[in-house]
Design a protein. Sequence first.
Length: 477
Amino acid sequence: MSEIRVRFAPSPTGFVHVGSLRTALFNYLFARHHHGKLILRIEDTDQTRYVQGAVENMIKVLSWAGLDYDEGPDRGGNFGPYYQSQRLDLYHDHVQRLIDADQAYPCFCSEERLQSMREKQAAHNLPIMYDGTCRHIPTDVARKRMREESHVVRLKVPSQGETVVDDLIRGRVAFRNNLLDDQVLLKSDGYPTYHLANVVDDHLMQISHVIRGEEWLPSTPKHILLYQAFGWHTPQFAHLPLLLNPDRSKLSKRQGDVAVEDYQQKGILPEALINFVALLGWNRGDDQEIFTLEELVQSFTLKRVNKAGAVFDLHKLEWMNGYYIRHIKEERYLQIGLQWMGKLGLDSGNRQTNENILKAIRPALNTFADLPEKTAMFFADTLNYEEEALQWIRKEKSKEIFSRLLKELESYPQLTVNDFGSVMKGVQKSTGCKGQDLWMPVRAAITGMTHGPELPLVLLVFGKNKITRFIKQALNL
Ligand code: GLU
């Protein structure tokens, strides 16, 4: 098989949609799996949709997610990406070739004329499409008018037959040519349309597989006709399933967050988002859900991408993020956690203590944005007792446990975690309580809760004085 070459071709229109990240990821996985190449191409020829900073943002998101690409023009030691806005001459040359080959024609119809044409078609329930008026202008007249009048260039779409997309995911999809518009290739502002620039670039960049979202499927017959008009081979196509809300409507901003940036702000880790997004329309054929990027590269095939829409389940993403919070290296966890604490203004005044707080809450943390809630107990000076905790504190034996505990604590000027172990052993011996009966009242007294962080870790943060204070408080309840 010749080299696998794919591209991710975003239009920089603002934030990065999770669907875009999924497209980037599947292209990346496919390229890496086949030892092929991934090209990043910025499709920025629509001047009306240009958003300042969108490209930089896109590049930042890709690098945050760990998705690197392989080729691009030399930019002083670095390479890429390709920008279509810097390749306008190429598109002009190619449009001219099509005109010369009688595969495309200039169209001089004014916006008003087109508007009234569309209104008539709508009134007669006809498909809204160009009626071909300018197709029939003799070549020499058209040439002359091109120099003098504002115009677009349209493709001559055959009016009969059908155009078939052999999609690697969806199978055979046929489109009737008489329903395909004589699409615009070059706009009156001299910029190419998406269709033209996309096809010319995919050809020149020798793209072997076009992997993109299903919303582009209706454009594909137009692209195939363009390849044919140029006399080029078509690449293979794979259209990825739509992303859906849990109610199976199309995933959109109205129902919740769709931007990768939203998830970054929620404290989702890149490995969690990547893992989650990989499963939007793909599975390995077993029930494994946790994958590293390398495992995904090894396992990924287009054969296992589904046709059916993929439901975006936020709870699953949060669960997955929790999994990664607990499984990344402690050093990295602490580094990210400290950054978040800083950003959220959560500071004990001591870095070591901040780290201890992070260690204590790690088993219960699902996203870093939950830090204020999960760390609240460490920053509060008073305790809120849960009902169940009060029940433990009020048990008959508890008073004795608390008194013994206070007594034992007295002999340790500085209380370490090891000391605390010895203290509790002492209490066990003198009270005869052990296991749950010993630890639950103490936990309830120190934290006000019957579950939560491990006690030795709480101790590390609270220190002897605060613990002593809370035990005394429990004794007097
Ligand atoms: N520029 C298109 C987009 O924004 C690319 C579609 C394609 O991959 O052909 O998604």
